[in-house]
Design a protein around this ligand. Sequence first.
Ligand code: NAP
Ligand code: ZN
Ligand code: ZN
Length: 345
Amino acid sequence: MKVNAYAAPQAGAPLAPTTIERRAVGTNDVLIGIEYAGICHSDIHTVNGDWGPQPFPLVPGHEIVGTVTEVGSEVTTHKVGDRVGVGCMVNACRECANCLRGDEQYCLNGMVGTYAATDRDGTTTQGGYSTDVVVDADFVLSIPEGLDAAAAAPLLCAGITTYTPLKHWDAGPGTRVAVVGLGGLGHMAVKIAHALGAQVTVLSQSLKKQEDGLRLGADHYYATSDPDTFEALESSFDLIINTVSAGIDVNAYLGLLAVDGTLVNVGAPPEPFQVDAMSLIGARRSFAGSMIGGIALTQEMLDFCAEHAIASEVEVITADQVNEAYERVLASDVRYRFVIDTSTI
Ligand code: NAP
Ligand code: ZN
Ligand code: ZN
């Protein structure tokens, strides 16, 4: 079927309306009428070629919420009318050790991204800035009742990307967590870490968003542009989640970790980091990374957010505002996620 979409025609070019082909609904597929699609900074990295050459024209979008409009004959998990979500993955082998453990994002045979990836049938995937999508039922999440559809969309990437390391590194009562960067991922990290019971500190470039940060659940807020911050907070965190989309001085942040502390990097800038051995060995510190999260954990995160009444702070836009929204994200002028109302495509 032909559906309306917004695509980047080539690297760095503005997105424009187009039509794309979606596959016929297979026996284990779900057809979703998309309602909202979040704008993740990864969409911008991809379109701008930060991560290397991509297949164009390219429809970004991996924070998708919509309603099921058709299901294949073997689908038992979702039915017509259900509110569902799709995140960053639409396929994986489901048989390798990592898939069997629930880490489909680390599939040894290659997970299939929601856009700009080659699916297992050889076609190129196209993302959520469109009106409809066909996805294998095993990669379709249920959106719990009580979550607003637009505010739930960013949970499918920003939510799971921050929930996963917070759970993996045991954030909870008694844990001192710092979140670097208060953007799409950062604001979800603050909300989730607070809901898990951790003590939360935001490390932002300035104090411009301090009031918001404290309202979202942070206990403390510091500006990283102030050199005193790094002295005042030396050796004081168990876990730091870095969500910055650009390079940072990793060694300065490692110095903020207590003994056995971990700096988990989820930001994905194109340039490599410089890590000084001394920053690690002086306090048995770890420097780690984490990518999104498995399907079962994504459902757990959605249920957790519904239970704690948390979702994203969103600015809903029409499709023709996408390019302007990209500019604002690049200028760190987002509070705290742009979400496209896909009925305007
Ligand atoms: P975002 O909304 O743009 O937030 C990034 C924040 O980083 C900004 O709001 C800003 O916060 C801070 N920042 C930006 N430029 C900076 C600079 N030059 N120096 C210091 N701080 C800066 O982006 P996002 O959607 O949250 O994504 C963040 C990063 O995570 C991107 O690189 C994205 O590709 C990556 N990502 C990774 C995964 C994964 O699985 N690991 C998943 C999704 C996204 P302040 O204004 O508060 O300083
Ligand atoms: Zn994303
Ligand atoms: Zn696998």
